[in-house]
Design a protein around this ligand. Sequence first.
Ligand code: UTP
Length: 314
Amino acid sequence: MAEPNNQSPNGVRTVVVPAAGMGTRFLPATKTVPKELLPVVDTPGIELIAEEASRLGATRLAIITAPNKDGILQHFAEFPDLVETLSQRGKDEQVAKVRKAAELISPVAVVQDKPLGLGHAVGLAEEALDDDETAFAVMLPDDLVMPTGVMEKMAEVRAELGGSVLCAFDVPREEVFNYGVFDVEEIDTQASDLPAGLVKRVTGMVEKPEPEDAPSTFVAVGRYLLDRAIFDALDRIEPGKGGEIQLTDAIELLIREGHPVHIVVHEGIRHDLGNPGGYIPANVDFGLHHPKYGKSLYRSIKKIMDEYESENGL
Ligand code: UTP
């Protein structure tokens, strides 16, 4: 397994992955299988996150798990018997697949006894950080943000402007009611290397507003680069929406107290793996781009589409 070290090219050593939620939108599968282990083609969502974290240069994956979800950590084990059997049979490609997760990054489990909210889950990660880590990343395993690389840009923004940096997507106004929406002001990026127009200062956040009340069309997705000050803010907030400790409430508190918070607007696509309606398209997208399955999957999907269109007169 990779050992955590103190050098990280982007200054991010630890990526926190909150994975202690109940996954109710994926019942009945999530009775026994954590949603983070559901595969996109053949690779569990948690391994895709580990790849993204490793590419960022992080060496520690702090996975917040529920007491009954220890299978998530198990995915990063070494599986010596399986490796030996596959090796004896000359299945080198499969050996590499078994080994990959453990080679990517070093996982640490932090147990959240009860699902008291995303903010509560992130707060628990403090015990996994080294004393000298001034910032850490949070990646929600429900969210696949593509192409990868947005966290690297967020790290550049923190290096230049300090504070905390969040990832945003610009969505059509009629869709904002699904998201946390940023109130933003433009900043002058001329004197820096920061991408003009894509970095904005956050002045507030509104959770799931009606389209006409939304302060902008820039919405939060599951990538955060948070200053350590977030832990103190999380300690000081009360339970919010749904009786849960909300991460956005703690970020709001930091903004009110003058802590710099910026967004990087990501010009890419995002898959929401947290519900079947987003998970299925993610599999189709990854499947179509897969060297082994792409072509035949395309033909199968085309046939299904043709039949669906003629059934429904489309
Ligand atoms: P979600 O609300 O999308 O996930 O939380 P959920 O609660 O598992 O899903 P549903 O709504 O019941 O279907 C976003 C992320 O935060 C984690 C979840 O595991 C998910 O990755 N989370 C949420 C925690 O780790 N702890 C919590 O108390 C709440």
